[in-house]
Every structure is written in C-alpha cells, then in structure tokens.
Design a binder for this molecule. Structure first.
Ligand code: PEP
Length: 249
C-alpha cells in the first residue's frame, strides 16, 4: 500500500504573521493519519516553519534547490542548507521554474541527484501544456521529462522520491483535470517505470497537482494511481488544506 502524500506549495506568498497563523491553523486542525503532510515554504520562512512544526507530524520542504554543493552561486540555496533547516522534501522541475526560469530536463536531473545525495526527498514535477495536450502529446511529454531523470539518477532513486503530475493548464487556473484525465496520465507514468522496475513503480507515490481544492480532492484521490496531491493556492488556507488532507485519508 502506497503512502498518500499531500504537499502544500506556498510559492512566493506569505508574511511572517500570515505564516504564523497558517501554521497554527494546521497544527490545531490536522488530525494524525496515514497521510504524509508537508508544506513547502519560501526560503526566508524555513526557520519559522521549522520552529513551529518541530515535534509535529507535519513535515516541511523547499520549492527549489541548487544543483551545486556550495560556492560562488549568488542567490542560490544549497541542499546542505535546506537539510540544516530540517527540510525533508524539495520540489523540483515545477512548471513555473521550467517556463519562467528556463529550467530544462538536464538541470532538473542534476538537482534531483543533489537533493538525493543530501538524503532529502525530491518531488519531481512533470506536466504538459495545453498545446501539447491538444496535439495528443501528453504522455510522450511527461514520459520524456520523467525519463530524463531516470536516465541520470537510475530507477532505484525513485524508491525514495515522489512524482507529481501537474498539467500546466491546470496550475493556478481553477481548471482541474478530470479524474479520468489525471488517472490516465498517472497510470501511463507508473507503467513506464514498471517496464524498468515493477516494484519501484508500484511503491512510488504519484501526486496530482493543478487547482486541487477541498471540493474536488476526494474524487481525484479516489483514482487508483493518484496517491495524493501537490497543492498550490489552496494550501494557503488552513481549513481548505486540512480538508484536502482529510480527503487523502
Ligand atoms: C502548484 O503550484 O504546484 C499547483 C498545483 O498550484 P494550484 O494548486 O494553485 O493550481
């Protein structure tokens, strides 16, 4: 049985006081269960998040990391730094980083390896644009993004990783993939990995991301190959995020 995972991606949002009340709401409202719940915060809040969540079952992660260990990389943050703050996970290859910061498969694969070398869990995001979906290229696109990392890191690396399918057209748009659309892609991704190693493929948590909210979470998470969600906008609201975590249970 795979572990359900619900990860909040706060993106570039929050203030010290909004983060404090969000964390307080999560600590008060989240019921312990079998779902692994985590929040991926902007770097400046990691210390605050780590203090507030220490001793709770809620874990915390980052939204990006450098592929380099240390040195003259102005503005970058290393995996060792994240590890020192108690981060457990790092989101990689998010479509916003691919589209806005030119991150390509090679770089995503380097970052994936760096994150794993530090003992953190990468959350690898893959997803197609609307044009790619309309052209019938969805599965080819996400498989190419996935295989670029498998080829570099090796299939065994996916025993300690999380995969997130996030159709670009569904992120922050309010337009969610239907459960059937999402399930089809999740199953294809799992099958692709199963061609190389069935047990790794069957053990891998594959999250859906793209306008998930309390109202549609249960239906999505009810699909056989959807093991939870990567949640953007709705993770900024404690009540909504808690309801999504409950749906994963
Ligand atoms: C995301 O940023 O990964 C995401 C899925 O955002 P949203 O839930 O807002 O669509």
């Amino acid at each position: 049985m795979r572990t359900p995972v619900v990860a909040g991606n706060w993106k570039m949002n929050g203030t010290r006081s909004s983060v404090a009340s969000l964390l307080q709401g999560l600590k008060q409202g989240l019921q312990p269960g079998r779902t692994e719940v985590l929040v991926c915060a902007p770097y400046p809040f990691l210390n605050q998040v780590s203090d507030a969540l220490s001793g709770t079952p809620i874990r915390w992660g980052a939204q990006n990391a450098s592929q380099h260990e240390s040195g003259a990389y102005t503005g970058e943050v290393s995996v060792a730094m994240l590890q020192e703050f108690g981060c457990s996970h790092v989101i990689l290859g998010h479509s916003e980083r691919r589209a806005l910061y030119g991150e390509q498969d090679d770089l995503v694969a380097d970052k994936f390896c760096a994150v794993q070398r530090a003992g953190l869990v990468p959350i690898l995001c893959v997803g197609e644009t609307l044009e790619q979906r309309d052209a019938g290229d969805t599965v080819a696109v996400v498989e190419e993004q996935l295989m670029a990392v498998v080829d570099r890191a090796g299939i065994a690396a996916f025993a300690d990783a999380v995969l997130a399918y996030e159709p670009v057209w569904a992120i922050g748009t309010g337009r969610t993939a239907t459960p059937e659309q999402a399930q089809e892609v999740h199953a294809a991704l799992r099958q692709r990995l199963a061609q190389i190693d069935e047990s790794v493929a069957n053990g891998l948590s594959i999250l859906y991301g793209g306008s998930v909210k309390a109202a549609n979470a249960a239906e999505l998470f009810g699909c056989p190959d959807i093991d939870g969600g990567l949640i953007g906008g709705a993770s900024l609201d404690a009540e909504e995020f808690i309801a999504i975590c409950q749906a994963a249970e």
